[in-house]
Design a protein around this ligand. Structure first.
Ligand SMILES: NC(=O)c1ccc[n+]([C@@H]2O[C@H](COP(=O)([O-])OP(=O)(O)OC[C@H]3O[C@@H](n4cnc5c(N)ncnc54)[C@H](OP(=O)(O)O)[C@@H]3O)[C@@H](O)[C@H]2O)c1
Length: 257
């Protein structure tokens, strides 16, 4: 789906060399990545992109054990040097989130990059006047567990953690409910839109977790925007630091630490 905001002259709909996860500048070697919904859809492609970037360990979370296992078999066949771990859980459940992070702690696993890919929309979304923050307590709860990891290795600074919140152009429309159980393509139909390649948001996620994206930390950005222009153009930099680039009604903020 296309971005409603064309910030850069170049507008991508597919991956390109500057965000290639095999680029040495974007390496994730030594890093542990946790990806919600990493077993299918865009999440699966994000998982593959981090594996291409040589991530040392990737944890994928989903509700269906069988589906996770099927995905992990494919991943292990394709990527021999990355350790893949599956965690069955529901990111809409506080108990599940607590269990997940306690499990990681029990395994002595410290997460360096958290990708909040799964969209969670509560029933209350449909109630008029609902507090927008309450809609995404799942995101907030995960983020808190992430930054408060007690296993933080000595010398590990918070600014060395990267959190990527995946959002959608649909936040600009009144159709946020599409993500509840269905991928957008399932709801809107495959022929109704000019779809971007899955590799674009997937490779962009790796770039966003790299030092190259440092100046964009805390900002809401679109994978369509050209990263070379984002980095080089001082006018764009100014716009991204100011207000009004993206007056979002977003319930989920893409922020890169
Ligand atoms: N698809 C698009 O065209 C599109 C466009 C723009 C933005 N996005 C964004 O990209 C992200 C992924 O979208 P998608 O279309 O790839 O979704 P999807 O195909 O529906 O995949 C969702 C993944 O998340 C898991 N999941 C769903 N609910 C969960 C829950 N409550 N707890 C744990 N895991 C859960 C699913 O596995 P289980 O069912 O086993 O739990 C599945 O692996 C979303 O944030 C969406 O807003 C998608």
């Amino acid at each position: 789906m296309s971005s409603p905001v064309a910030l850069t002259t170049t507008y991508h709909t597919d991956t390109y060399p500057a965000i290639s996860p095999t680029s040495p500048a974007l390496t994730q070697f030594g890093e542990t990545i946790l990806i919600t919904g990493g077993g299918s859809g865009i999440g699966f492609e994000i998982t593959r992109s981090f594996a291409k970037a040589s991530a040392s360990r990737i944890i994928i979370v989903g509700r269906r054990d069988a589906s996770l296992e099927e995905s992990v078999v494919k991943l292990r066949n394709e990527f021999k040097t990355t350790e893949f771990i599956t965690c069955q859980g529901d990111i809409g459940s506080d108990d599940s989130i607590t269990f997940l992070w306690e499990f990681l702690y029990s395994q002595n696993i410290f997460v360096h990059v958290l990708v909040l890919n799964t969209a969670y929309v509560s029933e209350s979304e449909y109630s008029p006047g609902v507090d927008i923050l309450s809609l995404d307590k799942a995101t907030l709860a995960q983020s808190a567990k992430f930054v408060k990891q007690v296993l933080s290795p000595a010398g590990q600074q918070l600014n060395q953690l990267n959190l990527i919140g995946v959002s959608t152009a649909a936040i600009h429309e009144s159709c946020t409910s599409y993500a509840r159980r269905n991928g957008a393509a399932k709801l809107f139909g495959k022929s109704g839109f000019k779809w971007d390649s899955f590799a674009l948001p997937a490779d962009f996620s790796v770039w966003a977790a790299s030092p190259e994206a440092y100046r964009l930390h805390g900002r809401y950005v679109w994978p369509h925007w050209d990263v070379n222009e984002l980095r080089a153009d001082s006018d764009i930099q100014k716009q991204l630091q100011g207000k009004g680039v993206h007056e979002s009604r977003s319930r989920r903020i893409a922020y890169f630490r």
